[in-house]
Ligand binder design. Structure first.
Ligand code: SF4
Ligand code: SF4
Length: 347
């Protein structure tokens, strides 16, 4: 049974301040050795999003890694769709605005899949060949920091999603998305025509006063499911299942070279409906819960999900997106990525 350490968001005294818990949590699970090159993987937030992990927590991780004799770098990968993170230059500018730079973090910020998202290492796993971002594949140790929140395609996003999608180059991301193309509900359309500009694949077009999707061009990126304000583009649970399965396979590939030298921290703070890729962040769905840490990506996501459901009194992510997020956890366990059985240890 995996151990998941938990620090409650309740902080009545200065000694309980949440940023102080990072060192205590890392001490429970870290196996960083002197000289290890340590990739600290997180989503540094789309411009305009305010739900991403606060820089003060990340700096505490950097300080801990240095204290162990490791060589840390902060990292993420480029996106498939529009926005301010599609290449390394745009991403580094957005990251600096959001609080992540060499001066604030006291370590380099490196976009792991290179300038244009093509720097990758092909890693074979269970018969699949997955394009993992090179700088992550080359590191000695991986610390995965995940903001736990809702996600329109995966149900929720946590450690598995951060590993699978977040650690891959553009080619790896394309493979995960390509079989999960949205459906279109014409009855909701008010013909505002906004979708004609936001599709990164130029797959949405107008014909005889009606909006259509060219499925040959569609990459399944899911941007239209977020950006159409009428909710015309949508996924079903069945379509999402293939996406979730591929995310779990990619997560296993990202983990393959670390052979246990990995640590996961999930932040159950500002639990927003959608992911940090959105250029906005709605009000949190529920009160802050706390911070979890484990060396098991499956266990930490299961524990995070259970705590959110307990706090909400229901599966709030399913209610929002109509997608069973637990499928990615079950796929992860099936692939041997970790265990859904866990013991929650409060610190
Ligand atoms: S953005 Fe939505 S409502 Fe507007 S034209 Fe496209 S499908 Fe219709
Ligand atoms: S149609 Fe929608 S899912 Fe397909 S590429 Fe365009 S924005 Fe992405």
């Amino acid at each position: 049974m995996a151990q998941v350490y938990f620090k409650s968001a309740s902080t009545p005294y200065a000694k309980d301040a949440l940023h102080l818990s990072i060192k205590k949590l890392m001490e429970k699970i870290s196996t960083i050795e002197k000289g290890d090159i340590v990739a600290i993987k997180l989503h540094m937030g789309e411009l305009g999003n305010i739900g991403y992990i606060r820089p003060v927590f990340v700096r505490k991780v950097v300080d801990f890694v240095k204290g162990q004799g490791g060589k840390p770098f902060i990292t993420d990968t480029t996106t498939l769709y529009g926005g301010h993170r599609g290449n390394a230059i745009d991403y580094l500018m957005a990251a600096a605005i959001n609080g992540f730079s060499i001066s604030s973090m006291d370590c380099p910020v490196i976009i792991a899949d290179g300038l244009l998202g093509k720097d990758e290492e092909i890693i074979g796993v269970d018969g699949y060949k997955i394009a993992v971002a090179k700088a992550i594949a080359e590191a000695d140790y991986l610390v995965t920091l995940s903001h736990f929140k809702g996600h329109g395609m995966a149900g929720f996003g946590g450690a598995i999603k951060n590993l699978g999608m977040g650690c891959c180059s553009k080619a790896g991301k394309t493979w995960q998305h390509e079989e999960s193309k949205p459906l279109y509900d014409e009855s909701k359309c008010i013909l505002c025509r906004k979708c004609l500009t936001f599709c990164p694949a130029d797959a949405i077009y107008e014909e005889n006063g009606k909006i259509k999707i060219d499925y040959e061009k569609c990459k399944g990126c899911g941007a239209c499911t977020v950006l159409c304000e009428q909710g015309c583009f949508y996924l079903t649970n069945d379509i999402a299942r293939e996406f979730q399965k591929r995310v779990a396979i990619a997560a296993k590939a990202a983990m393959k070279k670390f052979n246990g030298k990995a640590t996961f921290i999930n932040f159950l703070l500002d639990i927003t409906p959608r992911c940090d890729c959105c250029s906005f962040a709605d009000k949190p769905l529920i009160d802050d819960i706390g911070i979890l840490a484990s060396s098991d990506a499956v266990a930490i996501d299961q524990a995070s999900y259970d705590l959110v459901c307990k706090e909400a009194g229901k599966d709030i992510f399913y209610e929002l997106h109509g997608i069973d997020g637990t499928a990615q956890i079950r796929e992860g366990e099936k692939l041997g990525l970790g265990s859904r059985e866990y013991e929650l240890v409060e610190i």
